[in-house]
Design a protein around this ligand. Structure first.
Ligand SMILES: [Zn+2]
Length: 162
């Protein structure tokens, strides 16, 4: 998806050579380069190292199970966002992360970056107000219970099929 207009003033962008970067969209009115803009989020397959179980959650009054996820702050490392979100939402300390894959989610203009987040056990588990409920599943049951046809399902199945 290429942005055709300046996000500040709406002027059609032109292509201009930026030294060291190649051709970059440019707003002739603002006299600024306009790199593509999108959001970045992390989604986590949280695994309990003691039991091998996978954590799925329900949120926002919806009936389906999904993965823990959250937006990455500007300037924040993805790995840090993984640990921060699991701590904020579930109270647990991530001891190890593993990068899995990314996928662009058009409806929210977001690059979703999927990680596995390992926790030692569930002794610290304490959910915040964003979480309606949670459940630990064996890998096979996680597959069966995650929201069908979702990006979360795609990430989980790709991870489990490796
Ligand atoms: Zn402009």
């Amino acid at each position: 998806m290429i942005q055709k207009h300046c996000f500040e003033c709406g002027t059609p962008l032109v292509e201009k050579d930026l030294e060291g970067e190649g051709i970059v969209p440019y707003c002739p009115r603002c006299e600024q380069y306009r790199f593509p803009m999108y959001n970045v989020a992390v989604s986590m397959i949280v695994i309990n190292e003691k039991t091998g179980e996978i954590l799925l959650i329900k949120q926002y009054g919806r009936p389906w199970f999904i993965l823990v996820a959250g937006y990455v702050n500007r300037g924040e490392q993805l790995e840090h966002a993984v640990c921060r979100e699991v701590k904020e939402e579930m109270g647990m300390t991530v001891i190890r992360t593993k990068f899995n894959r990314t996928s662009f989610f058009e409806p929210s203009n977001t690059l979703m970056c999927n990680f596995t987040a390992f926790v030692k056990d569930d002794s610290e588990l304490s959910t915040n107000a964003e979480i309606d409920s949670y459940q630990w599943f064996t890998p096979d049951d996680a597959r069966k219970n995650i929201r069908p046809d979702s990006l979360a399902e795609k990430f989980l199945n790709a991870y489990l099929d490796e």
